[in-house]
Structures are given as C-alpha cells and as structure tokens.
Write a protein that binds this ligand. Structure first.
Ligand code: GLV
Ligand code: GLV
Length: 320
C-alpha cells in the first residue's frame, strides 16, 4: 500500500501532482471552509505526511493517534501552530517554508506601513464614495515615511528584508531582537536598541517576531504609551503578540497615530471587532506572503520536504 498523504486545504493540482505519482494523496476539497477538526484528526491517524496550514493545530491531540506520521510540512514560516515538543516525542519531522517568502512578506509589510502612513485606504474610499469635490491643501494629509525612524521588533530574515527597504527610503533603522545581528548592523546600518528605547524613538514600530512564550502579549498598554503619539504600529507577525484591547484603546485615545495589521488574535477577525471601526487602522487578512509566485514556491517547498522525509533524505527546511 502506498503511504497516505493528507493536505488540509485545497491546493492547485499542479502543485500536488509530484506527490501523486508515488503516494496516495487526499486533499480537503472545499474552498470556502477549512477542514473540520474531526476529519483532520481522522485523516491524521493513517497519514504518513500532512501538509498543513498555519490555522491547523498540530498538537498532542492530533499527534497522539498519528502512528504512521513521519512529517508535517507547514505552509508558513511560522510554526506556532505546532507543538514541537510533542512532535519530537513522536519522532515526527516538522518543516516550514522560510526564505522563499522573505522578500514577498517584506514587500507587503512595507506596503502596510506606507498605506497606514499615507492613508491610502481612506483616500481610495473617499473617491469611490463620491466625496472628492475639490483639491484642498491638507486633503487626506498623512505622515512622511522617508527620513523617519523605523523600529523592527524581531530581526530575522524578514526583518532584515524590511530594513533594506527602509534604507531605500533613507530611514534610520533600529531593531530589537533576542540576539544581536551583526550582519544587519554592519551591512544595513541597523542599530540595536532595547525594546523601551526602540518604542520611544521609532516613528514606525514594525513587529516581525515569531509567536513564542516570550513574545506572547509583548505589546500591552504600557508599550503603546511608550511610543510617540505620532507613531504607527505595524504587525505582520502574529496577532497574540499584541493585546488588541490595549491597541484599540491606544488608537482611540491618540496614544499612537495609526496601525497596519495583517494578523489578529482570532483569525478570521469578527467584522464587528472594535479595531475595525477605526479609520486609523488598516487591516489585511493575513496575506503577507501571498503573491502567486511565492505561494506556489511555498507549496513546492512543502512537497519537496515531504518527498525527502518519506524517502529517508534530509528535508530542505526542517524546523530544529
Ligand atoms: C505566515 O504568517 C507565515 O508564517 O508564513
Ligand atoms: C501635486 O500634485 C502638486 O502638483 O503639488
């Protein structure tokens, strides 16, 4: 019997074709909803490999009865949805999709920053709603980006790619990270700062850190108070790094000027969430790596990682 591979979301046929030649492949076929938990658990019990989304919890409950499972290829660079310790106990290899999405994610992060600063969404709505009656001197005046200070919290590959873009806009680059990044300092001229110092000095605070016990709830009332009143908060990492109630309050009271958010504590976010009623918030449905090219590259990398592990080879991008 061919090993069974379960893919938790509908992917294009050409992406999964290489797996079909050697394995029995099944995919959750509905496009409108993700795979229900009970079906995922049931499929996991006989799967040798899973190709998962960041919205699938790969935890003890799933791993417990997944006795044939050898590899989980997660279609994301982040893997906070995976219990690494439980996977290790079970001898399951976990793979993610770093590198292939770095520039695409940095592009969108910078776009979100520009969009928040220059009020692009508001301006688009202004025209389409028929409000544009005349040119006026301070019509939809936003904040400058060039020559300002950006503070990057989480200086991994994506953080560095955002820093490179910031340099192109003649920005000062500060960063905060668990460890110092000599490459970013020497090549990009980024300056290490404590979180407090970064918050106090930055015009744009950009979060690109992974979600870990250390970063969970890192941004509270106090952190927003430490920011400039003219500053923008950009999150392209994970929602739970931020206390959304504190962020909403900071935006409402003018503690900070605006926010650009690609991620939320609960995804999809409830359309009635108070954050969404604020004009100084720009939101995106977790699409930072979503260019057609990059999403295909991520799928291909997942497929290669699965093939490698099932053949007994070293996968390209294993989470250690
Ligand atoms: C997206 O959020 C990812 O982790 O790739
Ligand atoms: C703007 O379009 C200007 O001409 O100043």
């Amino acid at each position: 019997m061919k090993p069974f591979i379960y893919i938790t979301r509908k992917l294009p046929q050409d992406a999964v074709e290489p797996l079909k030649q050697e394995y029995q492949v099944e995919m959750w076929e509905r496009e409108d909803v993700p795979v229900p938990r009970d079906i995922l658990l049931q499929k996991s019990q006989k799967a040798s490999a899973l190709l998962t989304m960041l919205s699938d919890k790969v935890n003890e409950e799933l791993l417990e009865h997944a006795d044939a499972l050898r590899v989980v290829a997660n279609l994301a660079v982040g893997y906070d949805n995976v219990d690494l310790e439980a996977a290790k106990q079970k001898g399951v290899v976990i793979c993610n999709t770093p590198d292939v999405l770095t520039d695409t994610t940095a592009d969108l992060t910078f776009a979100l920053l520009m969009t928040a600063a220059r009020r692009i969404v508001e301006a688009d709505r202004y025209i389409k709603e028929g409000q544009w009656k005349s040119w006026s001197p301070l019509l939809l005046a936003g904040a400058d980006v060039h020559h300002k200070t950006i503070g990057i919290v989480g200086m991994g590959n994506i953080g560095e790619a955002v820093a490179r873009r910031a340099k192109g806009f003649d920005m000062e680059v500060l960063y905060h990270n668990r460890s110092r990044k000599p490459h970013a300092e020497e090549v990009l001229g980024a300056e290490y700062a404590s979180l407090d110092e970064l918050l106090g000095k930055s015009d744009f605070v950009v979060v690109l850190a992974p979600l870990t016990p250390e970063t969970h709830g890192l941004f509270q009332k106090e952190q927003f108070q430490a920011m400039k009143k003219s500053a923008f908060f950009i999150n392209a990492a994970r929602g739970p790094i931020v206390d959304e109630e504190a962020l909403t309050e900071a935006l409402k009271t003018g503690e900070i000027a605006g926010a650009g958010l690609d991620v939320f504590v609960t995804e999809p976010i409830d359309p009635d969430h108070p954050l969404l009623s604020l004009d100084n918030v720009v939101t995106l449905p977790h699409i930072a790596s979503s260019s057609t090219e990059t999403r295909h590259a991520m799928m291909n990398l997942c497929v290669e990682n699965i093939q490698a592990v099932l053949k007994g080879d070293k996968p390209k991008t294993r989470v250690e």
